[in-house]
Design a protein around this ligand. Structure first.
Ligand SMILES: [Zn+2]
Ligand SMILES: [Zn+2]
Length: 236
């Protein structure tokens, strides 16, 4: 019996535990769900709910005034956000993965999932982020049950043919460009490779040098809503 229960835990057959909360860490019924949302008390993963404010929030590809936005600007806006939170979150520990949802439904829009290498790193981050603000909005942060992002992600979206669009209940993970990926995760990969080959050699700190040209280039930010890049402490 126990074995049977274990095998159906968090699946559609489980009438007690909500499979969406268990797998994706978010369920459209929220607190009114008829099945249990077992909030973990410890996890390597945190969910920062609705944190990314996309510039085309009302209609994808279109700004609040109804004018189309250049897709490159949308991507720039997103990558700037991604880099900003990556840097902030990596102060608490090594990031295994950082995923931002492209979904449009209220329970998933702008959701940020960060998985740390260690549970204590996530716990430290949780404590530090509670009560803080990002771009003028309070950060809503919680431990998340999601540890296997492959299970949580929509495969059809990855293959560019999800017919549920932004209202799909599986994660549609927004992708960052190859350059940014290499810049942010490259230090980890290099460090891991190095520690594998010469485990006793002292590893020089990865030094970032790209701050100065972060706003450079030819991108025009004027038509995008201002994105305040600094994490701000509560004044209370
Ligand atoms: Zn539920
Ligand atoms: Zn989908």
């Amino acid at each position: 019996m126990a074995e049977h229960l274990a095998s159906i835990f968090g699946t559609e057959k489980d009438r007690v535990n909500c499979p969406f909360y268990f797998k994706i860490g978010a369920c459209r019924h929220g607190d009114r769900c008829s099945r249990l949302h077992n909030r973990p008390t410890v996890s390597p993963t945190l969910l920062l709910s609705n944190m990314y404010q996309r510039p085309d929030m009302i209609t994808p590809g279109v700004d609040a005034q109804g004018n189309p936005i250049d897709p490159r600007q949308i991507q720039e806006h997103f990558e700037e956000f991604y880099e900003d939170i990556f840097e902030e979150l990596s102060k608490f520990g090594e990031i295994e993965s950082l995923n931002v949802c492209d979904n449009l439904a209220d329970h998933m829009i702008g959701n940020v999932y960060v998985q740390f290498r260690e549970e204590d790193q996530a716990a430290t981050a949780l404590k530090a982020l509670q009560g803080r603000y990002y771009s003028g909005r309070p950060i809503i942060v919680d431990f998340s049950p999601v540890t296997d992002f492959r299970e949580a992600t929509c495969r059809q979206f990855e293959e560019h043919n999800c017919n549920r669009g932004g209202y799909c209940n599986f994660m549609h993970v927004k992708l960052i460009g190859r350059d940014l990926k290499r810049r942010l995760y490259g230090s980890y990969l290099r460090r891991r490779r190095r520690s594998r080959s010469r485990s006793r050699s002292p590893s020089p700190r990865y030094r970032r040098h790209y701050h100065s040209d972060r706003r450079g280039g030819s991108v025009d930010y004027h038509s995008l809503p201002a994105l305040s890049l600094s994490f701000t402490q509560t004044l209370a």
